[in-house]
Design a protein. Structure first.
Length: 425
């Protein structure tokens, strides 16, 4: 089978790496791919949102399975186009993908499905949003309704900061038209966990939970990013918790989407908050998480491609993937200034010195004259496995110390909570 992976980040590098291990796979193509996928697969140069170009390529090369990575390709309707021509595609339609492309739609969907989620209000008018917050005199989580590359959620400390966040998103337009509409969400306390699942329209097969770190700096300080690293498994979210979340969050959402005539097929990602009173759903992503995919996929025992194919065909019933008991820790190496302004073009040293088995998934790199160079905000995700979380963490950071580029930044506190450190709020 020929497989096409759509996207250009570390998540797509991980998907390509895992798909190439399948005996079912002849060739893996990437659209567009990145500097690292070019070394192991075939980059096409097609942009992820080039629906017409990708559809032609799939037909000309007789691609057996297309795997959609980024949310922008979902929102562009790539799955719709490929499915309409009889092509097998892993990834939801544009309509089903509204679980991510519209926070307002997702909150309404959760309400209809009876999914526990924090109370919320939706605003199109910044003046109305401002008046509401002034009347309430307390903080709210401020979320851009549309796609904002992980930078559209702001978590202020008080009412005054909430007003500043509304101004930042709706008036200053730091994430563009994505914040023409916003959601003001009740702030709740607890621990966040990411739960991804394969959904074939009806059946839901959960993957091991993971924790990611969205803030740029240690101790959860600094601005929100697309993710600065993560780990799996999660000690405070065990198998019973996963089963409960599937029954109370994922299956109800899949059911309502199916009843609406927009069945979901692909990876459904739920961002959950574990509170003293139970699990609450904060948001959904219509694809594998990044960096969650990088720490979960290396723990999969066996073949990824049949799982993706069964999802696309609607044949997940009875499928139970096997997972390694090993722990996995992934550290994102970023350019100084990310998620704001940053510089690129710096040589990356040390990738050839990584210990055997340590994985370097590329996000923002290009091939230079003497190796790889930086080309983005998030540059690499270094992933290490170990028999325990402590060993995986130690190995990951030991290898981080072997890599360097000008302006390299990363968080040093990943997975510390799993080793007895106080849980961060």
């Amino acid at each position: 089978m020929k497989v096409l992976v759509v996207g250009a980040g570390a998540r797509e590098h991980a998907l390509t790496w895992k798909a190439l291990q399948s005996p079912l796979t002849d060739t893996v193509y990437c659209a567009p791919g990145n500097a690292a996928t070019a070394a192991i697969a075939v980059n096409t140069g097609l942009q992820a949102t080039d629906v017409d170009g990708i559809a032609r390529f799939v037909a000309e090369r007789d691609i057996g399975l297309t795997v959609i990575g980024p949310e922008a390709a979902v929102d562009a309707g790539l799955a719709d186009r490929l499915a309409s021509s009889g092509r097998l595609v892993f990834g939801p339609t544009k309509a089903a993908g509204r679980v991510e492309s519209s926070k307002a739609f997702a909150k309404s969907l959760m309400e209809r499905a009876g999914v526990p989620t924090p109370a919320y209000r939706i605003f199109d008018d910044p003046a109305a949003a401002t008046d509401f917050v002034r009347g309430e005199r307390r903080a709210f989580v401020v979320k851009a309704d549309g796609l904002a590359k992980g930078k559209g959620t702001l978590v202020p400390r008080d009412a005054d900061e909430t007003l500043e966040c509304i101004d930042t998103l709706m008036l200053r337009k730091v994430v563009g038209a994505a914040a023409d509409r916003i959601v003001l969400e009740e702030k709740i306390d607890g621990r966040e966990v990411s739960l991804m699942a394969l959904v074939d329209g009806e059946h839901v097969v959960p993957l091991p939970p993971a924790c990611d770190y969205k803030r740029a700096l240690d101790d959860d300080k600094g601005p929100n990013t697309g993710g600065m690293g993560g780990y799996s498994p999660v000690s405070f979210f065990d198998g019973d918790d996963v089963a409960h979340a599937v029954d109370s969050v994922l299956r109800p959402v899949a059911r309502v989407l199916r009843e609406d005539g927009t069945p979901y097929r692909g990876c459904l990602y739920a961002g959950l908050m574990v509170t003293p009173s139970g699990v609450q759903a904060l948001e959904f992503n219509a694809r594998f998480g990044d960096p969650e995919a990088q720490v979960v996929l290396p723990r999969l025992l066996g073949d990824l491609v049949p799982l993706l194919e069964a999802t696309a065909r609607g044949e997940l019933g009875g499928v139970t993937p096997s997972w390694s008991p090993s722990a996995s820790v992934g550290v994102v190496l970023a350019s100084r200034g990310y998620p704001g302004t940053y510089q690129t073009g710096y040589p990356i040293d040390g990738l050839g010195t990584l210990e055997p088995g340590v994985l370097a998934f590329h996000a923002g790199t290009i091939a230079g004259d003497a190796g790889y160079e930086t080309a983005g905000g998030r540059v690499l995700t270094l992933v290490a496995l170990g028999e325990s979380m402590a060993l995986a963490r130690e190995r990951a950071y030991r290898n981080v110390d072997r890599v360097s580029f000008q302006g390299m930044t990363f968080r040093r506190d990943l997975a510390l909570r799993e080793l007895g450190a106080p849980a961060l709020p």
